[in-house]
Design a protein around this ligand. Sequence first.
Ligand code: FPP
Length: 242
Amino acid sequence: MTALQVPHHIAIVMDGNGRWANKRFLPRIAGHKQGVESLKRCAKACDARGVRVLTVFAFSSENWKRPTEEVSGLMDLFAFALSREVEQLQADGVQLRFIGERQGLSARVSRSIEQAEVATAGNTRLILNVCFNYGGRWDIVQAAQKLAERGLSVTEAHLSQAMALAHVPDPDLVIRTGDEQRISNFLLWQSAYSEFFFTDALWPDFDEAALDLAIHSFSQRERRFGLTSGQLDSQAASAQAQ
Ligand code: FPP
């Protein structure tokens, strides 16, 4: 039996909070609140399984177009959850990073982001990247602008270094919950060679067993990065011979 391959970096589109709430005749924000609980459970489970980087899509550049009540509810929830959870994240050795456009966020949200980042900066167990006011196209554009400002040539290496997730390797596995099969402007650059896993579980219902299914599926994939199976076999054989 071959050993389970655990992804180093998992990225998740946490979809289905609204439908989870609708099914229970609750306001959509109740689904987002439950989504925060699901994220906490998922981060713990990832850590326990040896995943070292977790990146989640919490608020997209396009989410501002949602009803005002939902947007302000999400902003309040975000600021509240950050201040409430920072101590526990600290105890669990989680380093929080916020990925996205900071301009346009309220002073309260910006403050809670800065405080959480500073408080957890020294933690090394699990890096939790929270994509907030984020879009994959925004990221590519801001990276290109950095190159122009610095007078750097446009190369893949320079662009990669200027992207918002330059501090971590690309995601090995991208999971999308909520029975949708699209990328929705998430990690467009970084997911070039990621494996994808789609599940109909709504995000608040995404538990340890659902995570294990995704990891198991990942573990069975052959990642070829553009090579052939034969080339991979000879690489493995020569690595073994050394
Ligand atoms: C998508 O479900 C979910 C969101 C747009 C928000 C996700 C946010 C959280 C889980 C909270 C994160 C909080 C912190 C502190 C990181 P949807 O609303 O599109 O669901 P639907 O497709 O069922 O309507």
